[in-house]
Design a protein around this ligand. Structure first.
Ligand code: PRP
Ligand code: MN
Ligand code: MG
Length: 181
């Protein structure tokens, strides 16, 4: 069979829960950035779904830019080695930057990105992450907008991949161990 659902053990966050949560977060972003133009920076590729849905729930003006970094490759564990595959098109000088991520796992990717962005002269830098795994944290990330804290399981869907697959699932689900072990 090739049904993706046979390769999952549990739905962790449903499409509807994601939709509701992103609306709440978008309302907070609109309020916090009232009167300011925001530059949303999506971290490719995992953040594409969050970026698309968060951005469309906002009422205020935003620009969108993308940074492509990767620390996982085809494995299930973060290597801690962050590679830039595509840099921003925008100059961050004086900008209010909101980094949009699908998940904070070890925190190494965002820790590296925050340090990198801090040197580019932004007026402010905040983070919005749909998911966070508190038990997996190797570094603490100051994340202003968090969707859900989840257990330390291997999750896929809604942008999150295993070996580049499963990103197109509408829910966030736990990958069955037989798939990756
Ligand atoms: C994943 C995820 C986050 C990061 C989180 O990206 O999308 O960007 O790992 O892990 P960390 O907190 O342990 O650093 P990945 O490197 O797999 O690239 P992708 O977004 O293209 O899947
Ligand atoms: Mn990513
Ligand atoms: Mg990945």
């Amino acid at each position: 069979t090739s049904d993706i659902r046979d390769e999952l053990t549990e739905i962790l966050v449903t499409e509807e829960e994601i939709r509701q949560k992103l609306q709440e977060l978008a309302a907070r972003v609109d309020a916090d950035y009232a009167g300011k133009d925001v530059l949303l920076v999506g971290v490719l590729k995992g953040a594409v779904m969050v970026m698309a849905d968060l951005a469309r729930s906002l009422r205020g003006h935003v620009e969108m830019d993308w940074m492509a970094v990767s620390s996982y490759g085809a494995g299930t564990k973060s290597s801690g080695v962050v590679q830039i595959r595509k840099d921003l098109d925008s100059d961050l000088t004086g900008r209010h930057v909101l980094i949009v991520e699908d998940i904070i796992d070890s925190g190494l990717t965002l820790s590296w990105l925050l340090e990198n962005f801090a040197s580019r002269g932004a007026a402010s830098i905040e983070v919005c992450a749909l998911l966070r795994k508190p038990e997996a944290a190797k570094v603490q990330i100051d994340c202003k907008y968090v969707g859900f804290d989840i257990p330390n399981a291997f999750v896929v869907g809604y942008g999150l991949d295993f070996a580049e697959r499963y990103r197109n699932l509408r829910d966030v689900a736990v990958l069955a161990p037989h798939v990756y072990s």
